[in-house]
Design a protein around this ligand. Sequence first.
Ligand code: AMP
Length: 389
Amino acid sequence: MAKLSIRDLALQGKTVFIRVDFNVPLAPGGQEITSDKRIRAALPTIKYALEQGAGVILASHLGRPKGKRNAEMSMAPVGAKLAELLGQPVTVAPDCIGAEVAALKPAAGQVLLLENLRFHAEEEANDPEFSKQLASLCDVYVNDAFGTAHRAHASTVGMIAFVPQAAAGLLMDKELQWLGKATQNPDRPCIAILGGAKVSDKIEVIVNLAKVVDKLIIGGAMAYTFLKARGEATGKSLVEEDKIPLALELMNSLGDKLMLPTDHVVAAEFKAGAENEVVTVIPEGKMALDIGPATIAAYEAVVKASKTIIWNGPMGVFELKPFDTGTVAVALAVANSGAVSVVGGGDSEKAIKSAGVSDKITHVSTGGGASLEFLSGLVLPGVAALTEK
Ligand code: AMP
């Protein structure tokens, strides 16, 4: 079910509505953007539409205004930053629907940024009337906001019923291409490395990826629920007691496919620089905060032999040095493997950046929740709604 891409649309002289992800982090007060990464990520699609002779309407949510106007979550600073990055003026509309907004219709080559979609509760409620009003602003629709594709809102799903064509933007296309390749027809051996705090957050991902991958590597705190299920000592490590039966079931069904840490870096305290040691059996009163050197070596060897790698989540308490060692080692191994590598999750991305190997990763996903849902095998409503090719 290939979806229409923006490259398939005739955009000359058309008004295109592009749902972007401009949900940028803001300093308190809402005037200063602390990272323009998401704005930059949307530039290729915006530039493409402008080059094709379209008038461009951009729309996004920003923060959680809960259906009310809130000056601290206005799109105005985003508009200013976008104008700077595009090198052309960007008009920021006073609202996202209504006659005043319709009157600002951009001519070919011009950009209109709508005010925060979530100033209207109808956006998240996927209200048909609101959807219709959004759709009335444009001739064609493009969704480039992969990060919100797992939500069925008016701007991601509802309005598509009222436009003749709905296509994926270049960023969305790239996400679908690489996540799709890794999970649907990967080069083998294909492995998944899953880390992070909780088994409960990633159960669906584990279950779905287990069907696809040749090896499933587990790290981070979620490993200790598995170890406890196997009857190993876990000391003060983070364990989800209520997920022990599930961990046991997964271990039984996955057998050798599942790899768990065999040694651990433990400390008595959860803090940076805490006195630590490497153990194979976690002592009473200590908690495992990172995978140990033997585990790193075993994981590196599997990574090295892989052709496709899906990675989501840190191998330890990555924020506290020196407990970032395992995560950084995995980042380097993934980067140097030469495999197709698809990485998701903020911590994995940070590890890749701090190891200075971002350019060696095939694809770093821009959508946290959306990429986890994709990896879980769920159909993202914002993708499903797009027009078939
Ligand atoms: P997630 O958001 O599920 O990817 O989890 C990321 C969080 O898991 C990070 O804040 C890590 O500090 C935490 N984490 C990873 N390993 C451990 C561990 N061994 N003990 C406690 N927290 C951990």
